[in-house]
Design a protein around this ligand. Structure first.
Ligand SMILES: Nc1nc2c(ncn2[C@@H]2O[C@H](COP(=O)(O)OP(=O)(O)OP(=O)(O)O)[C@@H](O)[C@H]2O)c(=O)[nH]1
Ligand SMILES: [Mg+2]
Ligand SMILES: [Zn+2]
Length: 361
């Protein structure tokens, strides 16, 4: 393994010059343990590293903190140190896959840094929704990475239907190439591989059930063991020390698959679903009370519309369900952000400070 096979390029080298002089070593972050990070060196060695107080303090927002995919400058520790090395600096990002945190609209959450190609997977049938694809495209285009669309499960639909869906995607954005695949028969997987080469980092997003894992398994091959699927909502199984979030593929190239990638899906899907109920949202504005639950509240405009047959009762039940689910999702995300984010950042800060003090930095 070399630095180049991990994605190192001339621009990285340029940014690293000053750090080189200090005797620091370049490494790529492959895992975010919140307190510590997993880092990969050019020789393939995997280290557990912690950021320096300076890196923490210089970060204006959470988005500035090191993330999976980032290149960092490491100062190696000694034999018996608690951590293998200290992150002294983060190199500027060449691309950044991120999303804005729900609600606030200002806070950016970095999902993965320095991704070269982002694939969005969909299929021509049930999952197909141009509005949702627009959202995925927006996230992808903002990252600065190359965007590619995959229409999977081509075996399930007549070729005319696949072609129509491909056409619709091209109309959304003519610059984004569309690949038709059938993951179960491994058709089209080679077309995906064309975008992957040694040193190239890719990520795959898309709704649940479209076949991302199936495609990834083909790319990764049998050799690599994946951790069980993680549930990004409950956070169960997240950030276990053994789960790699950046993986070196057998034929070269790297794949980033972390909890943030899965959150893009939930967030994008929920927003699109919510849109299919605008008529309910509009009607709810006419309810007597702002916080009307559309149950036994007085002057409920939605209940009146259902009684008069203007709105369907069935959709109403789905509407309530979705609202409830969205609320839960946001609560969990918020809670997760606070607990994992804030608390651990605090812990991390004091831990980093203690560590740095002890080491005399
Ligand atoms: N017929 C058909 N089925 C497929 C294809 N690709 C995947 N599947 C099936 O679709 C189901 C879901 O595939 P996954 O790869 O788990 O989907 P995913 O995108 O990883 O879903 P999440 O992990 O929930 O986000 C599995 O039963 C797959 O076997 C395909 O090309 N054709
Ligand atoms: Mg999956
Ligand atoms: Zn109401």
């Amino acid at each position: 393994m070399t630095l180049e096979s991990l994605g190192w390029n001339a621009r990285c080298a340029e940014h690293f010059e000053d750090y080189q002089a200090k005797g620091w070593q370049p490494a790529r972050l492959i895992r975010d343990n919140k307190i510590s990070y997993g880092a990969l060196l050019g020789d393939g060695a995997e280290l557990e590293v912690i950021m320096s107080g300076a890196v923490y303090h210089e970060a204006q927002t959470d988005a500035d903190l090191p993330s999976v995919g980032d290149w960092v400058a490491l100062e190696m520790g000694e034999e018996n140190d608690e951590y293998d090395a200290v992150i002294r600096a983060r190199l500027p990002r060449q691309t950044c896959l991120s999303r804005k945190a729900p609600g606030k609209g200002t806070e950016e959450q970095v999902i993965a840094a320095n991704v070269d190609v982002v694939f969005v997977v969909t299929e021509a049938g049930q999952d197909f929704n141009p509005r949702r694809m627009e959202r995925y495209y927006a996230v992808m285009q903002r990252s600065g990475a190359k965007s590619v669309a995959i229409l999977n499960k081509s075996d399930l639909y007549p070729s005319e239907m696949n072609d129509l869906a491909a056409e619709a995607l091209r109309r959304l954005n003519p610059e984004i190439e569309v690949i038709q695949t059938c993951a179960v028969e491994q058709n089209g997987v080679d077309a995906i591989r064309q975008f992957i080469a040694p040193g190239v980092t890719v990520a795959m997003i898309g709704s649940s059930g479209v076949g991302k894992s199936t495609l990834i398994n083909h790319l990764v091959g049998e050799a690599v063991q994946w951790m069980g699927e993680v549930n990004a909502v409950t956070g169960k199984g997240m950030h276990t020390t053994t789960a790699r979030e950046l993986l070196v593929l057998p034929d070269g190239g790297m794949l980033i698959d972390n909890p943030g990638i899965r959150e893009v899906q939930m967030w994008t899907d929920a927003k699109t679903l919510k849109e299919s109920f605008v008529d309910f949202d509009e009607r709810a504005l006419r309810c007597k009370f702002n916080d009307c639950k559309h149950g036994s509240d007085q002057g409920c405009a939605i209940r009146a519309a259902i009684e008069s047959g203007e709105l369907s009762k069935e959709r109403f039940i789905n509407y309530l369900k979705l609202d409830f689910e969205l609320e839960q999702l946001q609560k969990r995300q918020k809670k997760r952000q606070i607990t994992i984010g804030r608390r651990n950042r605090r812990e991390l800060k004091s831990k980093a400070e203690k560590y740095n003090k002890r080491k005399g930095y």
